[in-house]
Design a protein around this ligand. Structure first.
Ligand SMILES: [Zn+2]
Length: 418
């Protein structure tokens, strides 16, 4: 059984900061299909459309019948751990610093046999297991065998924590604590055992509903932060940059505004100023320190979360300029992800549909409750996924977009006319 993780001791300032190292990250193009599935928190393997064989490792053609008609399909992961070994020595820098490491050989009920990382709570082989995909510190998919049922303190397993971003005992900055979404995120982080939650607030002199209540929660500290002001962002980074383990950027400006709805660019500029340039300012101020602390102790820096929107995938004309600003932020987040990857920091993007918040009061339901969004973020951190589409509306958009982005664009244009 996993030992519950204890609060990490304060770092001895004389000790060296462990430099971030990454596990081997080379993958063939076809094997990146596993990474694409893991980024969404899915376990998929190639299935042959001609003979039905489930195959692993991924290849261009079916090993049974040579058909090139392979499709990535969801797997339940049930299987048998046949044998295992404990790695006590490694020439790889990443694993050498994290030994011992448990590995095993699993035969999936679906057919293929796999070499996997083994969670500490799996009993000695032979044993039933549930195999799943996780992204490792290098951002690539790896296979991990879990016990078939939840066990106490399962998330505290040292090997698993190397692949996830559990907020437990971590220090988190939420860039906007004043809005309804920010308050839900802060509450969820406190419930998840975060060590400190810094709650950014842009205009300290302005009262905001609910902020006093959230600011009074244990382990929550309000900090002044205005994403439109470079000096404000850098001042806070100077103070907290070396301490933040998880940065949650939820600050946004959202107006109902399209190309022909109103004249002028002022509203669109205000949206870009926070949604795009705000992210850029944060990335420049906090990115380097976060990247450098990717292996610093047990509760090292591990994640950067962006609140985007499904409208980042395809423009929703009634919220046209907002969609454009989120599309810009999505593109920038990919740049940030490539940057932070070298430190093993995961960039997680949240793509909710319409939220039940102050910006969407006039929009008819269904709308995603702010707490549901917050819970989805906590799950994403615990599972270490990259892209999250919380709620039915976002899930449906994602499927339509994956099927055909052009069709979705036309459907959304029609919603403008209606
Ligand atoms: Zn086949």
């Amino acid at each position: 059984m996993s030992m519950p993780m204890m609060r990490p001791k304060r770092k001895n300032p004389v000790l060296r900061t462990r430099a971030p190292t990454l596990p081997p990250a080379t993958r063939s193009r076809v094997a990146l299909g596993l990474t694409a599935a893991a980024a969404l928190g899915r376990f998929e393997l190639q299935v042959c459309r001609d003979c039905g064989v489930v195959q692993y490792p991924p290849q261009e053609t079916c090993r049974a019948c040579l058909s090139p008609r392979l499709q990535w399909c969801k797997q339940d992961g049930g299987g048998e751990l046949l044998s295992e070994t404990r790695l006590d020595h490694s020439n790889d820098l990443f694993f050498r610093e994290r030994l011992p490491w448990r590995l095993g050989w699993v035969k999936l009920d679906a057919g293929p046999a796999l070499m996997v990382h083994v969670h500490g709570d799996v009993p000695p082989a032979p044993a039933r297991v549930r195999v799943d995909l996780r992204l490792d510190r290098a951002g690539q998919a790896v296979l991990l065998a879990f016990p078939p049922q939840e066990t106490p303190h399962m998330a505290d397993d040292a090997q698993l924590r190397e692949m996830t971003c559990d907020p437990k005992f971590r220090k988190v900055l939420v860039t906007d604590g004043k809005c309804a979404v920010g308050q839900a995120l802060i509450e969820a982080l406190v419930d998840a055992g975060a060590d400190i939650v810094w709650a950014g607030h842009a205009e300290p002199w302005k009262q905001a509903t609910g902020f006093a209540r959230v600011a009074a929660l244990p382990r929550v500290t309000p900090v002044p932060l205005d994403l439109t002001n470079e000096r404000s962002v850098h001042a806070l980074a100077g103070e907290l940059g070396g301490k933040v383990d998880i940065l949650v950027n939820n600050a946004e400006v959202h107006r109902t505004f399209g190309v022909s709805a109103r004249q002028g660019t002022e509203t669109a500029r205000a949206e870009m100023e926070v949604n795009y340039f705000g992210l850029l300012r944060l990335a420049q101020a906090f990115g380097p320190a976060l990247r450098a602390r990717g292996a610093d102790g047990e509760a090292h820096a591990c994640a950067w979360v962006n609140l985007l929107s499904v409208y980042a995938l395809s423009n929703f004309p009634p919220h046209g300029t907002f969609s454009a600003s989120k599309a810009a932020a999505l593109s920038l987040s990919q740049n940030l992800r490539a940057d932070l990857r070298t430190g093993g920091i995961r960039v997680i993007n949240l793509f909710p549909g319409p939220l039940d918040d102050e910006w969407n009061q006039l929009l008819p339901p269904p709308k995603l409750a702010t707490r549901a969004l917050a819970d989805a973020m906590i799950r994403a951190l615990r599972d270490g996924v990259e892209d999250v589409f919380p709620g039915d509306v976002a899930q449906e958009w994602l499927e339509r977009w994956r099927e055909d982005p052009k069709v979705l664009e036309r459907e959304l244009a029609a919603s403008q006319a209606g």
